[in-house]
Design a protein around this ligand. Structure first.
Ligand SMILES: Nc1ncnc2c1ncn2[C@@H]1O[C@H](COP(=O)(O)OP(=O)(O)OP(=O)(O)O)[C@@H](O)[C@H]1O
Ligand SMILES: [Mg+2]
Length: 217
């Protein structure tokens, strides 16, 4: 059975898709034998288009499948079961509605990217509540809070980490606001190939290691 990683946040533009696609590429780079597939549940299809842009190079071999077209995810379980993968990462739309609730229910690991502004922090609570409910139902699940789009060396970034620690486990890596992340999207790549050994790549490597640990892979 596939291990499921759901990227959940009701706030738009916080970096869900960026995190999902780079992490998928890095997981594949680290574990070449594993089949890594992104299940794109967002009608914007951002991760779908990203992977398709990179298809001509097909560097890492990350798979992509659109799911949850009904907007509610009534068939999500079936759709996930039909994907031949060792790890499925679900990229969700910016909402905490039935699709995200189901994605939390079926996840082994839930990732919540959170930006450093007050608005971002306030908006994160809804996603964390959903993850906590899912963990109450199944204590084998885990949640990782991920500081996202953090400007290097800012007080806001440091404060974000200490605040999030009160709410749950915070990833060792802070995902910086870095042009390599967004430029790699234009190229349809992950940072591991687009900007190997860059700071962005180091962050993603650290996060991928942590996620593999949580998935017990
Ligand atoms: N760590 C980062 N560094 C620099 N730019 C980033 C980073 N993360 C995301 N971005 C940029 O921020 C914008 C929004 O990112 P992204 O699409 O990943 O967010 P999202 O949460 O998936 O948005 P949506 O809610 O619309 O699905 C994009 O232009 C993306 O390139
Ligand atoms: Mg997105």
């Amino acid at each position: 059975m596939s291990k499921i990683v759901s990227v959940i946040q009701q706030k738009g533009g916080v970096g869900k898709t960026t995190l999902t696609v780079h992490l998928a590429h890095e997981l594949k780079r680290m574990k070449k034998k594993l089949k890594v597939v992104i299940a794109d549940a967002d009608p914007q299809q951002s991760s779908y288009k990203w992977i398709e842009r990179g298809r001509k190079n097909d560097i890492d071999g990350v798979g992509i499948k659109a799911v949850g077209a009904d907007g509610e995810g009534k068939k999500l379980k079936k759709e996930l079961n039909a994907i031949d993968a060792d790890i499925i990462l679900i990229d969700l739309p910016p909402a905490i509605e039935s699709l995200s609730l189901r994605a939390a229910l079926y996840a082994d690991v839930m990732l919540v990217p959170i930006g450093a502004s007050a608005l971002d922090i306030e908006a994160a609570r809804g996603a964390i509540d959903v993850c906590e409910e899912a963990m109450e139902l199944d204590d084998t699940k885990s949640m990782l809070l991920i500081p996202s789009k953090v400007r290097a060396g800012t007080t806001a970034g440091k404060e974000l980490r200490s605040l999030l620690k009160k709410w749950g486990t915070v990833s060792k890596a802070t995902i910086g606001l870095r042009v390599h992340y967004s430029d790699a999207a234009t190229a349809g790549e992950g940072v591991g190939t687009y900007a190997k050994n860059s700071q962005a790549h180091k962050e993603m490597k650290s996060l991928a290691k942590e996620v593999l640990g949580l998935l017990k892979i």
